[in-house]
Design a protein around this ligand. Structure first.
Ligand SMILES: Cc1cc2nc3c(=O)[nH]c(=O)nc-3n(C[C@H](O)[C@H](O)[C@H](O)COP(=O)(O)OP(=O)(O)OC[C@H]3O[C@@H](n4cnc5c(N)ncnc54)[C@H](O)[C@@H]3O)c2cc1C
Length: 502
């Protein structure tokens, strides 16, 4: 495209694409550093996946300890400068949230003040703690989304929306950006968007910040980059990887595309989003977990309760056996008994915009009645229903019950306090699949959030923030994605406005 002949419909200093947490913080910071800023959002509401989140944001007491921990959990996939910048951002996070909170007289909670569950046992783990927006006077949640009684993500977005409005930063909803416009040198100088059903060209005098979230709902990208097939998603249906594709088109390197924050969970044909299992973000060693998982051969294959249950528990399902040929654990089968059914809901339908609301019954009885969970009078009948070898399944259940009796899972090391027997009929079974809470891949960026080309050179005028090309490329830090939205958003906003990193 010859941009010298292009008639721009509109002109701003900084264009932010996407109005989740990352885009909002980036826009606030670009504005606060003097840039005339515009936010473009594809959906009719703000919030993206951020509004559906548990709302936990990790922070740290000590930067050096955070560097040690992050270095271990990044597995050598991220450079030192980025790690240090991220650690500093985690340290500054609570104070920055308190600044934003002033607009709404909101309360920022720090919980617990020291230490935090859901981190891996690496050096420095004790420096982490969790923050979240605990209260906004008068705010009881948005009526167009359902976050299962947890309003922390909604409160974060409310706070950001109010900060955007207080600054008079314009936001165009129902506006999908479809391309980045570059000059003859390859610098990004604007975007093409569909606004009111009309193709619109918007010039960015200083920079474009991509904050389009992940590719949870782009089947082609998931198939291309993930080990497992299929992987089902929850979250914002607007997250179709547009930022990945647009950045690729202008020469960005991609990173962390394989990595997603996820677990095992449920997918039913008559309900669009997937449900994640009910094991929360952090493991509690004494929590009774009703079930075991078996593969299609009727054998257990994993510890069903990892230290960060919503981070890595999909990974054992990814195993591919070329002799079958296929994935013997996709789907895997979750099995529990009558006592287990009453221990509490097995799924947590956290995620829902208005058309996707679902309340899972506490004792799972409604889902048995719907036929989502199958009920059988014996293990043999269950085996037949799920096309399993009955003798092998019976042996698996007997072995499990024996280990529960001993209080030790010698096969896979599941924490003893979580183990319950599977003995009392009727027995229940349901297929489980790899579930993607959110993706981490996208354009690679440096510590200034500048998007890099495959040779490590910044593409002028282009920044990426949030889970689009996330910092996390190996293990996830619970509460880390939202912290990253704030940390990267602050940096990118300031950089794009031309003021240098904070
Ligand atoms: C159920 C759930 C619970 C979670 N809990 C936590 C938690 O407690 N703590 C934590 O740290 N993380 C959590 N996460 C992860 C975290 O919420 C996300 O990683 C983070 O919110 C991503 O923020 P973002 O701003 O990058 O993207 P999003 O919030 O998804 O925003 C991206 C926005 O860009 C828009 N967009 C996309 N394409 C275009 C386009 N072409 N043009 C214009 N707009 C576009 C989208 O519609 C969307 O509004 C959770 C995720 C889910 C799904």
């Amino acid at each position: 495209m010859d941009i010298t002949k292009l008639n721009w419909d509109l002109e701003k200093d900084v264009i932010v694409v996407g109005f989740g947490a990352a885009g909002a913080v980036a826009a606030i910071n670009a504005h606060d550093h003097g840039a005339a800023t515009l936010v473009l959002e594809k959906m009719k509401h703000p919030g993206g996946s951020s509004i559906l989140a548990g709302g936990a944001m990790k922070a740290v007491h000590d930067i050096e300890k955070a560097v040690a921990y992050l270095t271990a959990t990044q597995g050598g996939r991220v450079g030192e400068k980025l790690i240090t910048t991220f650690a500093r951002g985690l340290y500054e996070l609570p104070d920055y949230l308190r600044e934003l909170a002033k607009v709404d007289h909101a309360t920022v909670a720090v919980h617990p003040p020291h230490g935090s569950a859901g981190v891996y046992p690496f050096p420095g783990a004790d420096t982490f703690f969790t923050t979240f927006i605990q209260e906004i006077p008068g705010f009881t949640g948005y009526d167009w989304c359902n976050t299962g009684g947890n309003l922390n993500g909604q409160r974060l977005i409310k706070l950001l929306v109010d900060n955007i409005e207080a600054r008079g930063i314009p936001v165009f909803y129902n506006t999908s950006v479809s391309a980045l416009i570059t000059d003859t040198e390859g610098a990004v100088v604007g975007v093409k968007a569909v606004l009111n059903e009309k193709e619109t060209f918007i010039k960015a005098r200083k920079g474009v910040i991509l904050a389009t979230g992940g590719f949870e709902f782009n089947e082609k990208l998931k198939r291309e980059y993930f080990e497992a097939i299929p992987v089902y998603s929850m979250g914002n249906p607007g997250n179709t990887g547009d930022g990945v594709l647009m950045a690729q088109k202008v020469g960005a390197a991609l990173w962390h595309m394989w990595h997603f924050h996820g677990s095992y969970g449920f997918k039913f044909p008559d309900f669009e989003p997937a449900f994640r299992n009910a094991l929360g973000g952090a493991r509690h060693e004494g929590r009774k977990v009703a079930w075991i998982l078996v593969d299609q051969l009727g054998k257990r294959f994993m510890n069903e309760y990892h230290p960060a249950p919503q981070d890595t528990m999909h990974r054992p399902l990814e195993y591919f056996d070329p002799d079958l040929p296929g994935y013997p654990r996709i789907p895997a089968i979750m099995i529990f008994d009558e006592d287990g059914r009453k221990l509490g809901r097995i799924a947590n339908p956290l995620t829902a915009y208005e058309q996707h609301k679902y309340h899972w019954s506490f004792d799972n009885s409604a889902e048995v009645e719907r036929g989502w969970i199958k009920r059988y009078d014996s293990i043999e009948a269950l085996a037949e229903g799920f096309h399993l070898d009955a003798r092998r399944l019976v042996a698996t259940i007997e072995r499990w019950n024996e280990q529960v009796g001993k209080g030790r899972d010698e096969d896979f090391g599941r924490p003893p306090g979580t183990m319950v027997p599977i003995k009392k009929p009727p027995f229940y079974a349901v297929y489980v699949w790899p579930i993607c809470t959110n993706t981490q891949g996208g354009p690679e960026h440096d510590e200034k959030q500048r998007v890099l080309d495959p040779y490590g050179n910044p593409i002028p005028g282009l920044y990426a923030v949030g889970e689009l090309g996330s910092f996390f490329g190996h293990l996830y830090l619970l509460g880390g994605n939202l912290s990253e939205c704030v940390i990267g958003g602050r940096i990118a906003g300031k950089e794009a406005a031309g003021a240098g990193a904070p």
